[in-house]
Design a protein around this ligand. Structure first.
Ligand SMILES: Nc1ncnc2c1ncn2[C@@H]1O[C@H](COP(=O)(O)OP(=O)(O)OP(=O)(O)O)[C@@H](O)[C@H]1O
Ligand SMILES: [Mg+2]
Length: 301
């Protein structure tokens, strides 16, 4: 059997080793830069929750780590291997990372068990029997040992997401990336998925979790990264970033997440927010100019 059991504990030496090292990462789509000089390090066994408003670049950051997106600049090292190096064997690096998306992306025509065995057989070249043994163990772990022969459509959203987690775990990843794994679920189904993730964290899995579940982040994360406008605004212990945020933008975001009806009158005049200030200045200067030079319909003429 070629599988490695999930570590049940991490030593202090293990925790010193960076599984992911991101240095000056930049990503642009066309002329729009959506990640600006991101630098962060995730150590073995660490659980890092990434929070931030829609469009702040959280998914793009995860996608640059497993090279679903090609970074425009900077480096991403996974276990010391530079995934941005053109000579890097990205399939080999990717096989060390499990990725769980908002949408579960299960194959609807395959059973739960088949969904969890296919990649093992193809990538790890495991025999069918071996892959099934690993898959059944992981389905048991996520509480779905009795649903192996069902098709995805016979399961609830929360159960399908747990199958997606079991599928990822069956590849023996060293690192799990989660992109809002519970945000497509009905509220009553969220708890079971978070319970599985909580258990993984307690077993020592290295995890990067994009989430809006602040209670989960506060309880489970070793660190919380708050992103806004393509930059890391705060990175620290959850008690500090969520409990005592230092930055106006973090406070505004948390107020909105914790109370969606909250309206912050200062939200658009944050003195620390250089990017917004620049956009604001550009907007104001554009408004000061006639839209069409010489346009006689412009009231300023
Ligand atoms: N393939 C793409 N082409 C062009 N722009 C993109 C692409 N993917 C993302 N973007 C843009 O990059 C920015 C960051 O997007 P991203 O999906 O990373 O944000 P996010 O923080 O994950 O948001 P959400 O919370 O809504 O999922 C957004 O402005 C988005 O429109
Ligand atoms: Mg996203």
């Amino acid at each position: 059997m070629t599988t490695n059991p999930a570590p049940t504990h991490t030593t202090s030496t293990d925790r010193e080793a960076a599984v992911v090292e991101i240095r000056d990462l930049r990503k642009s789509f066309g002329s729009v830069e959506v990640l600006t000089n991101i630098t962060a390090s995730i150590k073995q066994g660490e659980v890092v929750c990434v929070i931030g408003p829609s469009g702040s670049g959280k998914s793009t950051l995860l996608r640059c780590i497993n090279l679903l997106e090609q970074p425009s600049g900077g480096t991403v090292l996974v276990d010391g291997i530079d995934v941005t190096d053109p000579d890097c064997d990205i399939d080999q690096v990717r096989s060390r990372m499990g990725m769980v998306f908002q949408q579960f992306n299960l194959f609807s025509h395959l059973t739960v068990l088949e969904n969890c065995t296919m990649a093992q057989q193809v990538v790890h070249k495991r025999s069918k029997a071996e892959a099934q043994k690993v898959a059944r163990a992981n389905l048991e772990k996520v509480g779905l040992g009795d649903r192996a022969d069902d098709f995805p459509a016979q399961l609830s959203g929360g159960q399908q997401q747990r199958v997606a987690i079991a599928r990822a775990l069956s590849m023996d990843p060293e690192l799990m990336l989660f992109d809002e794994p519970t945000s497509a679920l009905d509220p009553e189904l969220v708890g079971d998925v978070l319970a599985v993730m909580r258990r993984l964290a307690s077993e020592g899995m290295t995890m990067i979790v994009v989430t809006h579940e602040m209670a989960f982040a506060r309880e489970v994360a070793d660190r919380v990264i708050f992103m806004d406008g393509g930059v890391i605004v705060e990175d620290g212990h959850p008690d500090r970033v969520i409990g005592d945020p230092q930055h106006h933008r973090t406070r505004t975001f948390l107020k909105r997440v914790l109370d969606p009806t909250h309206v912050d009158p200062e939200a658009d005049v944050d003195p620390d927010d250089e990017r917004r200030s620049r956009i604001k200045e550009a907007e104001l200067s554009a408004r000061a100019q006639p839209q069409l030079p010489g346009d006689i319909t412009d009231p300023r003429f």
